[in-house]
Design a protein around this ligand. Structure first.
Ligand SMILES: Cc1cc2nc3c(=O)[nH]c(=O)nc-3n(C[C@H](O)[C@H](O)[C@H](O)COP(=O)(O)OP(=O)(O)OC[C@H]3O[C@@H](n4cnc5c(N)ncnc54)[C@H](O)[C@@H]3O)c2cc1C
Length: 429
């Protein structure tokens, strides 16, 4: 039976990053994934600007970068737009097939052992080790197991069971997101989405909680929609025959009408894929004896935007750094493993909670918030910081709340009293 210092279950961005940093410390790491790489993963493929924290990302852009975004256009449910232009990129576009594969390659280059095409079946935690069974019958032992298997990860289920937490995310804390990618050619992309590679979102499209997006890669458009599962479930009950695939197809028609999608391209249901995004602000406990969870497995996703890639990478790095400390005296009981939980929680636990507040505000008053941003540069700037992580949400929350209050006073209350309503500037090209 092979023994590893750490077995990482799942080689997505979270698992591959943990393996990369652990292998750099000289640890013996097994990186196990049920898929064979390169593999596709449902995603918008947008990296928010805080990804710049990672040296191995910013020094290797050529390996996977599709485009840098310098302009964002966000529409409200009544199609009022706010247009944000920046001199510096605030959003980077990748495609997951290549990005995830490259992160796995980096981990392997540093010395991690990739075991692909075979799923982890089960694991048992003993006093002195973890015994992990693979679907092919092979057994591996390790000092620690990291769960990085996505939203319904088996290590997170074990922690939920031990901690007597609900076994699943609540329907309002998990989003269903659907997407497709299509090559529209460089000529179309340059003409319509420009060299600044506009990123676009339609908040509360058709008045449903959530948003639709169209992200411009090099020559490929990535178009999708995301809604809390609670919304999707109740709509299906209310409107028999309604489904989320049709909702995305409707969205494509709107993009066509607005001139953001080629009119001659037909999208059919078979092109659409989907998955879940855990937007419940992180699990209340993410560790147990000899185990911890990272990425979607821990529920580390911005509830405002559904952005999980930064948190996947960062929780992978934080896990590796915490384990480096714990390997010094070889104690991996739950209390010691809390070093990991406390570190991510201190770094961005509050941000996730504030991003949830921001999400609720955006769902309650989308048209007003878009209007305040469209009419005031500072408001636009700070809303963008919240959305793309260029400033920690918990640090700017008071400023953002103050700007919302200012917007309500100036653009709703006062303008109502004096009977003059300012016009939101139309989009220029
Ligand atoms: C439609 C959609 C759009 C999104 N858009 C964005 C976006 O634009 N930007 C952004 O930042 N985030 C986005 N996200 C969220 C982002 O995709 C996730 O947060 C991110 O993939 C989390 O990475 P991860 O490594 O934790 O999990 P994953 O990427 O899900 O990787 C988990 C891996 O574990 C493997 N696995 C699972 N179970 C086992 C097992 N038992 N044994 C072995 N292997 C196993 C899987 O095969 C998989 O490779 C989007 C999500 C969706 C669904």
């Amino acid at each position: 039976m092979s023994h590893y210092d750490v077995l990482v279950e799942g080689a997505g961005p979270a698992g591959a990053t943990a393996a990369y940093y652990l292998a750099m410390q000289g640890k013996k790491v097994a990186l196990v994934d049920r898929a064979k790489f390169p593999r596709e993963k449902a995603c918008g493929g947008g990296l928010c600007v805080h990804i710049e924290e990672f040296d191995h990302i910013i020094s290797n852009w050529d390996d996977f970068l599709e485009s840098k975004c310098l302009r964002g256009i966000v529409y409200g449910p009544d199609f009022m737009p706010v247009d944000y232009v920046s001199e510096k990129p605030f959003f980077y576009n990748i495609r997951r097939l290549k990005f995830d594969n490259t992160l796995v390659e980096y981990a392997v280059e540093k010395g991690a052992t990739l075991i692909e095409g075979v799923a982890v079946k089960n694991f048992e935690v003993h006093n002195d080790k973890v015994v992990t069974k693979l679907r092919n019958g092979e057994e591996l032992t390790s000092d620690v197991i990291i769960g990085a298997g996505g939203s319904f990860d088996m290590v997170s289920r074990r922690i939920r069971d031990i901690e007597k937490m609900p076994m699943k995310w609540r329907d309002e804390d998990i989003a269903t997101a659907l997407y497709f990618e299509i090559d529209v050619g460089r000529e179309y992309m340059d003409k319509v989405y420009g060299e600044e590679r506009i990123s676009m979102a339609h908040i509360k499209y058709q008045n449903l909680d959530g948003y639709g997006w169209s992200f411009s890669k090099d020559t490929v458009l990535n178009v999708g929609i995301g809604c809390p599962r609670s919304v999707i479930k109740s709509l299906k009950k209310e409107k028999p025959g309604w489904d989320e695939r049709q909702y995305l197809l409707d969205y494509v028609e709107t993009l066509k009408e607005q001139g953001w999608f080629p009119k001659d391209i037909q999208v059919d249901r078979k092109m659409i894929a989907g998955s879940n995004i855990p937007v419940g602000m992180g699990m209340k406990c993410t560790v147990g004896d000899r185990m911890l969870v990272i990425g979607d497995a821990g529920g580390f996703v911005s509830p405002l935007s559904g952005e999980g890639l930064y948190y996947a990478l960062d929780s992978g790095r934080i896990a590796a750094e915490a384990l480096e400390v714990l390997f010094k005296d070889g104690n991996f009981d739950k209390q010691s493993m809390m070093l990991y939980h406390n570190t991510w929680s201190n770094k961005w636990g509050d941000d996730l909670e504030w991003l949830k507040v921001a999400w609720h505000l955006l769902m309650v008053m989308p048209n007003s918030l878009i209007k305040y941003a469209a009419l005031d540069e500072e408001t636009k700037e700070f809303f963008t910081h919240m959305f793309v992580g260029s400033m920690p949400a918990s640090k700017i929350k008071n400023k953002v709340l103050a700007l919302i209050a200012k917007g309500a006073l100036k653009h709703d209350f006062l303008s109502h009293i004096i009977g003059q309503h300012e016009k939101v500037p139309p989009l220029t090209n």
